[in-house]
Design a protein. Structure first.
Length: 317
């Protein structure tokens, strides 16, 4: 199944919510340094916040703001013929979920650390959210969650293999060690929005795998489009902004993030003797040094003082 090239209609959100647009595209960008400057200048003159990464292999970003501002940035991208088919995924946020706007140059838009992997030339077969259940219900399928451990700790698809990687750089090594005997099997892969499983699929194809499927639009599209009563997704989906995680229907979850170890935690975990706001949680208390705890405690103190002054503490991340 090929991706649709139809540009989506941006629905007007509730005025009390911010529109969030996530997007990526693997495509060669020879003038990526100059183009980064042009895009950055444009973004900084709008009311959007977020992060956009640009590399020779493409673009990857999430921005948030009012509809008019988000629409203007997307229109700027769509005016470039290379991005006319860029397909954002939309959701909403009850509060500001980024603290600044950044456009950054990178070697890769999603860092794998393996040379000559080109998803724009070779990747898996895309499977729509509506057909994903049929694919992963096949008893012969090998279902792989390409996300990292801190993400999979709060949710995944039923029956998925969890590599428990610390970063996406670890995936190739994990795949070589754990999937080497599955080259003739059907492999189904998924991630948050599609970018990592698209690159992971390209890596596997280059490694000799042939029957690979990936969830088009990732988990976010699945939990938006598939009715919860028919869903094979269990738990919440981690996202890379202040919302922390989303549930079915792209509703914000109750998860928070430990700013010491970056792991998500449920509000119930705050009753743990190891939970100290901004300093530690039950997952990191025993592995964090006393010096780190002191630094985090001082940072938390400054965050609280900034709140009293009704100022934004930019170092909270």
């Amino acid at each position: 199944m090929k991706k649709s090239n139809k540009i989506p209609i941006i629905n007007t959100p509730d005025s009390s919510k911010l529109l969030v647009a996530s997007f990526y595209k693997f495509i060669s960008i020879d003038d990526y340094k100059k183009w980064k400057d042009d895009l950055e200048d444009f973004c900084l003159n709008t009311n959007v916040l977020g992060t956009i990464l640009i590399a020779p292999e493409g673009i990857n970003g999430t921005i948030s703001g009012d509809k008019k501002s988000v629409d203007s940035v997307l229109s700027f991208l769509w005016k470039d013929k290379r991005f006319i088919d860029l397909m954002p995924k939309f959701s909403f946020s009850k509060k500001r979920n980024f603290i600044r706007m950044k456009v950054k140059l990178k070697k890769e838009i999603v860092t794998m650390g393996v040379k000559n992997i080109k998803p724009q030339e070779s990747t898996a077969e895309f499977v729509s959210a509506s057909n994903w259940n049929n694919i992963i219900s096949d008893p012969d399928i090998v279902l792989v969650d390409t996300r990292n451990e801190y993400e999979t700790s709060i949710g995944s698809f039923k029956g998925a293999i969890l590599p428990k990687t610390k970063s996406f750089r670890d995936f190739p090594r994990w795949a070589n060690a754990n999937l080497a005997n599955d080259k003739n099997k059907k492999i189904a892969m998924f991630c948050t929005g599609g970018i990592r499983c698209e690159k992971a699929s390209s890596f596997l194809k280059k490694s000799g795998f042939s029957r690979i499927y990936q969830l088009d639009g990732g988990i976010l599209k699945y939990i938006k489009e598939v009715d919860e009563s028919k869903s094979l997704w269990k738990g919440s989906c981690f996202v890379f902004d202040d919302r922390v995680a989303l549930n079915h229907g792209l509703q914000e979850s109750t998860y928070e993030m430990c700013h010491a170890c970056r792991m998500p935690y449920h509000p119930d975990e705050t009753s743990s003797e190891y939970f100290i706001e901004g300093v530690s949680c039950s997952k990191c208390y025993n592995v964090s040094s006393s010096d780190r705890k002191k630094r985090f405690a001082e940072r938390q103190k400054q965050i609280e003082l900034a709140k009293i002054r009704k100022e934004e503490h930019l170092g909270k991340k």
